[in-house]
Design a protein around this ligand. Structure first.
Ligand code: WTA
Length: 645
C-alpha cells in the first residue's frame, strides 16, 4: 500500500514512494515556485530540450485572447521526433506495435525515419506542399504515426479523424479542412470481425469532389474498390520512394495540425495547433508527468484519432526518444486479460489509460490480472474523464500493486498539453483529484462573475494565463473561437467548459462538462452535432440529445425524439434510429436509450432546453420550468424515462 499520512493537518493522500521520488525526473517541489515567478523563463528553459534551426527572438506575445510563442523560432516537429534521436538512439525501438491477432512489428528510430521520409516524398509527389491539409483516417496501426510525422516533415498540417467515425463525419471534416489528400486503409479487425474502412470512406465522400488522391494501406483482406486515377495502394507508392527527405523549416507559429472536436453548437470545430509552443509543451509535460527515462516502455492506450494520441503517443514521447508500445485491437480479445498479457510480454513500465477502461477491468475482476506478472509497471496515468475514487483506488492497489504513483491528468483538445496533474515524484495524490496545475500554468475555479469560489464550492474551471500549446483559433471561424472560449468573462480568461471545485488544500476536483459536450467512455461527442444527424432521419421531427451519468462509461447518450406525422413509435424504429446513429456518427456514439415523445421542453421562442432534458435523464430536479412553452411536457418525459429503468 502507498503511504498514508495520519495527521489530520497533513493532506490525506498517497505520497510518492521514496525510491520513486529519488530517481524521478522532477523531485524538487521548488519547481512550482520558480515557474510561477517566471513562467516565460520556465518555458524558455524547457524549450532548450527541443532542436531549433533558429532560436526564438521572444518567448511570448500575448494579445488576449491571442498568443504567439517562441516568436521567430524555426524548427520541424518531425525532425524533433526522429532525426534528433539518431545520435544516441538510431537502433533503439521507437515503436513496438501489436495487432489484435497478435502480429508484432517493431521500428527503430532509424527505421521509422526511413518510412516517414518515404511517405513524405510520396506526399510531395502527389502535389502536397507546405500548408496543405492532409486528412488521415486510420486505426492504430504504425501507418497512422508514419503518416502524421510525414505530414509534419513537409509542413503539411494533418487532420486525423478517429477511425470509428462514420464516412459522413469524415466527409464533413475533409470538406471543412479543404483536404485534397486522404490516407486510409482497406479495413481493420475488431474482435475478429473486419471493419470495412474503405467502404465507409466511399460511402461518405461520394458527394464531395475535393479529393484528388486517396492512399490506401493494405491492412486486411476485405474486398474494396479503387477509383481509377484517385486511389492508390500505400505499398505501391512507397515501393522505391526515396528514404531521404529534407525536413521543411517551419516557423514556431506555423500550423502543425488540425484536430476536429465537438462543442456546444453546430458542426465540429477544427482546433488549430501550431509548432513551437506545442512541441515545447508536449515534450516538457511528457518528461515531467510520465517521468520518461531511457529504458521505459511507454504505453498510452489512446487512439491517434484523439488529442491524447497526438500529444502523448506521437509528439511528446517521441521527441523525448521514448519507446512506444501501441496496440490495435479490443481489450477483451481473445480474452479479458489482453492488456495484462501485453504488459507482461512487453514489460511495459508506464501505462496511460482512461477511467472507463479502468472501471471495465474492475468489473471483469482481478482474476484476469492475477494470471500475469505486471510488476514491470512503475507509473500509471488516467485521462479523458473524471476518475471516481473507487476506480482510482482499484487501479492503485491492483494494477499498481500499491506502489506505482498515479497521474490523473486533466486537459483538453484545446489545451494541447496536460494542464492539471500530479508530478509523480513530488505530489501527494488523492483518489479522484487531478491535484495541481502543471508548473507555469495558472488555473482557478471561478463563479459566473469571474470571482474565485471558496474551497468546496462548485464553479467553472478557468485558465488565467496563456500557455505554449493553447488553441490558436478555430479553423476558419475566429468568431467561434472567441465566443466559445473567451467571452464568458473578460476576453482573456480561458473558459474550459468543465465544472470544478478546489478543496482546503487547494487541490482541483474536476466535476465534468457544464456545456453540451457529452463524454461517452472518454470520447467527446457534441449534442448539437448528434441532434442534427438524428433529425436528418426521415421519421424524426426533432431531437434532444443529452448525457446520462453511467457507472461504467462515465456518461451514456439519451436521445429524445419527436416523430414526423405518419411515423409510428415502435421498437423497430428505435432499433433503426440506433443503427442510424452508428452509421452516421460511429458505433462509439450509439444512444443507450431512444425516448419517443410528443413534444420536447422548449423555451417560448422554440429552443429545445437540453438542461431540462439532462435533468430528466439523470433523475434530477429540472429547476424552474414555468418559462417552458408547455411545462406539462416535463412530467410526461420523466415518466417515460423512468419507465425504462
Ligand atoms: C474531460 C481529452 C476529468 C474534461 C484529453 C475535458 C477530464 C474533456 C480529464 C476534454 C480528467 C479530460 N479528469 N475530466 N483527468 N481529462 N477530461 O478534448 O471534461 O477529448 O473538458 O481531451 O475531457 O476532452 P478532449
Amino acid at each position: 500500500m502507498g503511504e498514508r499520512t495520519g495527521s489530520k493537518k497533513d493532506i490525506d493522500g498517497f505520497r510518492p514512494p521514496e525510491d520513486f521520488s529519488e530517481n524521478a525526473v522532477v523531485n524538487d517541489p521548488d519547481i512550482y515556485r520558480r515557474a510561477e515567478e517566471d513562467p516565460e523563463g520556465f518555458w524558455e528553459e524547457n524549450a532548450n530540450n527541443i532542436y531549433w534551426y533558429k532560436k526564438w527572438d521572444k518567448v511570448l506575445e500575448w494579445e488576449p485572447p491571442h498568443s504567439k510563442w517562441f516568436l521567430g523560432g524555426k524548427l520541424n516537429a518531425c525532425y524533433n521526433c526522429l532525426d534528433a534521436n539518431l545520435d544516441t538512439r538510431a537502433d533503439k525501438a521507437a515503436l513496438i506495435w501489436e495487432s489484435e491477432d497478435g502480429d508484432i512489428r517493431q521500428y527503430t528510430y532509424q527505421e521509422l525515419l526511413d518510412e516517414v521520409c518515404k511517405l513524405a516524398n510520396v506526399l510531395k509527389d502527389s502535389g502536397i506542399r507546405k500548408g496543405d491539409i492532409v486528412t488521415i483516417y486510420l486505426p492504430m496501426i504504425p501507418e497512422v504515426i508514419i503518416s502524421m510525422l510525414a505530414c509534419a516533415r513537409i509542413g503539411a498540417p494533418h487532420s486525423v479523424v478517429f477511425a470509428a467515425f462514420s464516412g459522413d463525419s469524415l466527409a464533413t471534416r475533409i470538406s471543412n479542412a479543404n483536404s485534397r489528400l486522404l490516407i486510409t486503409c482497406d479495413g481493420y479487425a475488431r474482435r475478429g470481425k473486419v471493419v470495412e474502412q474503405k467502404n465507409k470512406v466511399d460511402d461518405g465522400i461520394s458527394s464531395i469532389e475535393l479529393l484528388e488522391r486517396v492512399i490506401v494501406v493494405k491492412n486486411s483482406d476485405n474486398d474494396i474498390s479503387m477509383k481509377e486515377g484517385r486511389d492508390v495502394w500505400w505499398h505501391d507508392v512507397m515501393n522505391g520512394s526515396d528514404i531521404v527527405c529534407e525536413p521543411e523549416i517551419m516557423d514556431s507559429e506555423d500550423m502543425l495540425f488540425l484536430m476536429y472536436t465537438s462543442g456546444t453548437t453546430g458542426k465540429p470545430k477544427g482546433i488549430v495547433h501550431t509548432t513551437g509552443g506545442y512541441m515545447v509543451a508536449t515534450n516538457t509535460t511528457s518528461r515531467f508527468v510520465f517521468d520518461l527515462k531511457e529504458d521505459d516502455i511507454y504505453w498510452c492506450t489512446a487512439d491517434a484519432g484523439w488529442i491524447t494520441g497526438h500529444s502523448y503517443i506521437v509528439y511528446g514521447p517521441l521527441s523525448n526518444g521514448a519507446t512506444l508500445l501501441t496496440y490495435e485491437g479490443a481489450p477483451d480479445y481473445p480474452e479479458k486479460d489482453r492488456y495484462w498479457d501485453i504488459i507482461e510480454r512487453h514489460k511495459v513500465t508506464i501505462l496511460y489509460t482512461a477511467p472507463t477502461a479502468i472501471r471495465t477491468f474492475m468489473k471483469w475482476g482481478t482474476s484476469w490480472l492475477k494470471m500475469h506478472d505486471i510488476s514491470s509497471l512503475r507509473l500509471m496515468g488516467s485521462v479523458g474523464e473524471p476518475i471516481n475514487p473507487e476506480a482510482w483506488k482499484w487501479y492503485h492497489e491492483n494494477v499498481g500493486m500499491g506502489k506505482c504513483p498515479i497521474v490523473d491528468t486533466w486537459w483538453q483538445t484545446e489545451t494541447g498539453m496536460i494542464m492539471i496533474s500530479p508530478l509523480p515524484g513530488v505530489t501527494t495524490t488523492k483518489p479522484g483529484s487531478a491535484t495541481m496545475p502543471f508548473p507555469g500554468i495558472k488555473a482557478a475555479v471561478l463563479d459566473e462573475k469571474g470571482n474565485e469560489t471558496a474551497p468546496g464550492e462548485d464553479g467553472f474551471l478557468a485558465i488565467l494565463e496563456p500557455w505554449p500549446s493553447m488553441v490558436r483559433t478555430v479553423f476558419g471561424n475566429e468568431e467561434r473561437f472567441i465566443e466559445t472560449y473567451w467571452s464568458k468573462w473578460d476576453n482573456r480568461t480561458y473558459f474550459a467548459g468543465d465544472g470544478a471545485k478546489r478543496d482546503d488544500d487547494g487541490y482541483f476536483w474536476i466535476i465534468g462538462r457544464v456545456d453540451d459536450v457529452i463524454k461517452v467512455a472518454g470520447h467527446r461527442i457534441g449534442s448539437a452535432e448528434f441532434e442534427s444527424i438524428m433529425v436528418s432521419h426521415p421519421s424524426v421531427a426533432e431531437a434532444g440529445v443529452v448525457g446520462k451519468e453511467d457507472e461504467l462509461r462515465g456518461e451514456v447518450i439519451y436521445c429524445y425524439v419527436t416523430l414526423k406525422t405518419g411515423a409510428e413509435e415502435s421498437e423497430e424504429l428505435k432499433k433503426e434510429l440506433r443503427g442510424y446513429a452508428d452509421k452516421n456518427i460511429g458505433p462509439f456514439a450509439r444512444p443507450k436509450q431512444i425516448i419517443f415523445s410528443d413534444d420536447l421542453p422548449k423555451t417560448r421562442s422554440g429552443k429545445i432546453m437540453r438542461r431540462v432534458l439532462k435533468a430528466i435523464a439523470n433523475n434530477k430536479d429540472p429547476g424552474d420550468v414555468t418559462t417552458l412553452q408547455d411545462p406539462a411536457v416535463v412530467d410526461m418525459l420523466t415518466e417515460r424515462t423512468r419507465e425504462l429503468e
